[in-house]
Design a protein around this ligand. Structure first.
Ligand SMILES: Cc1cc2nc3c(=O)[nH]c(=O)nc-3n(C[C@H](O)[C@H](O)[C@H](O)COP(=O)(O)O)c2cc1C
Ligand SMILES: C=C(O[C@@H]1CC(C(=O)O)=C[C@@H](OP(=O)(O)O)[C@H]1O)C(=O)O
Length: 385
């Protein structure tokens, strides 16, 4: 079973992830993971922290001479901000300046609910782990899964389709996305919408406000038959939605037509089935987003995630000091204004991990050669069936 854990506080010394269950024989280098970490850090609307961090991974187990060994893969990413927080985040000693407890919860962040739940007087003990800094570790782990998928000719792209109220006017092709999203400051493949999105972010920044938006992940080359209809927790639609929803700030997930499917009649929602001897079964539309009955149907997997605006605002919002119970209006020093482009890269990573898991459930393998061979036989069967 493929699984992973992440550990690390936002302003602690480093982030760690352990990926367990990856077959041996997968080519893997730090530079490959670093490329994905850099994509996550880019994006118009990020705040001061991204000027400090330059995420790079160190592989400390599970890989030798450029190939996975089948043993747990440990990846660590240093927090370059750590020297500024060393005494505040000291694991043992209480620093002299400990009077600076955080007692003012930000609406929309984990501060209040987490502080009550974990009985913490200093909300730093919550925000450090609630922070989306953790998503750097998730991208590192997900990139190992992505490397596996790429070996099997399964590829993942993503792009931003909405920032605040600005939306793309039409759906770009996968080729347009692959060519343009990475070069776009907002990861948007539509130049007109891109300009308006950047202006909207500028306006929000000037107003001390923040913005959310919607991204879309598209995976091609996914074989038929991943996931299962037989039990709720084996349905791949639910698992993918859960993975994307678990990203900090994501409030809704759609697969294929998503919410739109509820509005349209069945004749405009379901993808008709066709057959050609050399192609096998195929569809002319993909409104289902590649999943029917919780099982992949061979069409591209299409998932969208909707992110709420960043909760740390320069413009003060009402809250209550947890120590004095006095009302106050929060003032903050630094924050992202919009992180939807970054979240879309994180979504690629969590989707990669879930698909890699589902692949290894259907084709358990200790070495990549076994996986490759079994998938090849399966794809031949699917073409002929
Ligand atoms: C890449 C990324 C960067 C983020 N940056 C910030 C930030 O600078 N400030 C902030 O308050 N929230 C930021 N967030 C959002 C918070 O982490 C998120 O709103 C919070 O964890 C609560 O979200 P939830 O209610 O979905 O759990 C970021 C999220 C992501 C995915
Ligand atoms: C550090 C990252 O994102 C952080 C996520 C985050 C939050 O509250 O979620 C708050 C900010 O951190 P800080 O409070 O140190 O400015 C973001 O920069 C990152 O993405 O690597």
């Amino acid at each position: 079973m493929l699984r992973y854990l992440t550990a690390g506080e936002s302003h602690g010394p480093l982030l760690t992830t352990i990926v367990e269950g990856m077959p041996a024989g997968l080519p893997l280098k730090a530079e490959y993971i670093n490329r994905q970490l850099a994509r996550r850090q880019a994006g118009y609307g990020r705040g001061g922290r991204m000027q400090i961090e330059k995420d790079r991974v160190r592989i400390t187990s599970g890989v030798r001479h450029g190939y996975t060994l089948g043993s747990p893969i440990t990846l660590v990413i240093e927090n370059r901000d750590w020297p500024n927080w060393e005494s505040i985040m000291d694991p043992e000693e209480i620093p002299a300046e400990d009077g600076k407890k955080i007692t003012r919860p930000r609406p929309g962040h984990a501060d209040l609910a987490g502080g009550i739940k974990y009985r913490q007087e200093d909300l730093r003990n919550i925000l450090e782990r609630a922070s989306a800094r953790e998503t750097a570790a998730r991208v590192a782990a997900g990139t190992v899964a992505r490397a596996m998928l790429e070996q099997l000719e399964i590829s993942i792209v993503s792009h931003v389709v909405q920032i605040g109220a600005v939306r793309v006017s039409r759906a770009p092709s996968k080729e347009e996305i692959a060519g343009k999203a990475d070069a776009s400051p907002v990861r948007c493949a539509d130049p007109q919408a891109e300009r308006e999105m950047m202006e909207a972010i500028d306006r929000a920044r000037q107003a001390g406000d923040s913005l959310g938006g919607v991204f879309e992940v598209i995976v091609t080359g996914v074989p038929v038959g991943l996931g299962s209809h037989v039990h709720w927790d084996r349905r791949l639609d639910g698992r993918l939605a859960g993975a994307v929803m678990s990203i900090q700030g994501i409030k809704a997930v759609e697969i294929g037509l998503g919410l739109e499917a509820a509005r349209l009649p069945g004749s405009e929602v379901h993808d008709e089935i066709f057959y050609e001897p050399e192609r096998g079964y195929y569809r002319r539309t993909n409104r289902a987003g590649g999943l029917e009955g919780g099982i992949t149907n061979g069409e591209p997997v299409v998932i969208r995630g909707a992110m709420k605006p960043i909760p740390t605002l320069m413009k003060p919002l009402n809250s209550v000091d947890m120590r004095t119970k006095e009302a106050f209006q929060a003032a903050v020093e630094r924050s992202d204004v919009c992180a939807v482009p970054a979240a879309s890269v994180v979504a690629e990573a969590v989707v990669a991990m879930e698909l890699a898991k589902a692949l290894l459930e259907k084709f358990p393998a200790d070495h990549m050669d076994d996986l490759r061979e079994n998938l090849k036989i399966w794809r031949e069967y699917v073409r002929k069936v």
